[in-house]
Design a protein around this ligand. Structure first.
Ligand SMILES: [Zn+2]
Length: 98
């Protein structure tokens, strides 16, 4: 936790003060880094993977990537191929929702 220290006759300074347990402090540090990542202040451009069933994000950067890995790209292409050749059937990943 940042703390402003301004003693008489001295310049104001920021000191970091930990008022909680180390685990909670680590969680707060991770949350702070995640906020910076999602808000765009880290220089990373996070994007969700568009492969069926994948929950990962990846750094899109300047590329035109749509998937977090080549495995997800292969699964997405296979699903697209399957849907094109079996238009009346549900996608295998959607069958468990019935
Ligand atoms: Zn993925």
């Amino acid at each position: 936790m940042p703390l402003l220290c301004w003693a008489p006759g001295e310049r104001p300074a920021v000191r970091h003060w930990c008022t909680t347990t180390p685990v909670v402090a680590a969680q707060a540090e991770i949350a702070h880094a995640l906020i910076g990542l999602l808000a765009g202040s880290s220089g990373v451009e996070p994007a969700p993977c568009t492969a069926p069933g994948c929950v990962f994000f990846f750094d899109r950067g300047r590329s035109r990537r749509q998937w977090c890995s080549t495995g997800c790209g292969n699964r997405a292409r296979a699903a697209r191929h399957y849907a094109r050749h079996h238009p009346a059937e549900l996608h295998p990943a959607d069958r468990h929702a019935e």
